[in-house]
Design a protein around this ligand. Structure first.
Ligand SMILES: [Zn+2]
Length: 182
């Protein structure tokens, strides 16, 4: 399946009635699966309340993280493609936020996207990942961050596999794999 043009990746704002109708239609199909219209809605209108908050000063994050970790997780950087063996790892377990330890993704939603970055179809729970419209680098994309500590995770695209159709393209540096499922 070809990648959609970047300018198509972000839908235009829709009137409220349409959004509400669309969401309720989806709800009858599957209430728990987040899909692209839901992602756009969150990015445009605001994210859900996080389960908790972790807030530290820039100096504190600098002290706790390596230069590369700080560059990616706090500076919205991107690691080189295929720079982590995490892309090819599919053992059971949770993927936690590097910065605050919040479980963000589960191995059951991980898939091999061939992009060189760890890829998932869904967050572990709807409240742990936040979405932001990102127009940096001349592209229209949706940035993903940890909803608890605001760490930059990566981006989400509407070209993932079923059931969500989403591809969470995440920097391995921003994640810490927990050894076994809880
Ligand atoms: Zn975090």
């Amino acid at each position: 399946m070809p990648l959609p043009a970047p300018e198509l990746a972000v839908a235009a704002p829709r009137p409220l009635e349409d959004g509400v109708a669309r969401m309720s239609t989806e709800k009858s199909e599957s209430s728990s699966v987040l899909r692209w219209p839901g992602v756009i809605e969150l990015a445009q209108r605001g994210n859900v309340t996080p389960p908790r908050r972790v807030e530290k000063s820039d100096a504190e994050w600098r002290k706790e993280l390596t230069n590369e970790q700080y560059y990616v997780a706090r500076g919205k950087g991107t690691e080189r493609a295929f720079s982590s063996e995490m892309c090819a790892l599919f053992e059971p377990g949770r993927y936690n936020c590097l910065c605050c330890g919040t479980p963000l993704f589960d191995s059951t939603t991980k898939f091999d996207s061939g992009t060189g970055w760890p890829s998932f179809t869904a967050p572990l729970t709807p409240d742990v990942v936040a979405y932001h419209l990102d127009t940096a680098h001349g592209m229209q994309r949706v940035e993903t961050t940890c909803n608890v500590c605001d760490a930059h995770l990566g981006h989400v695209f509407p070209d993932g596999p079923r059931p969500s159709g989403l591809r969470f393209c995440i920097n391995a540096v921003s994640l810490k794999k927990a050894k076994s499922p809880e």
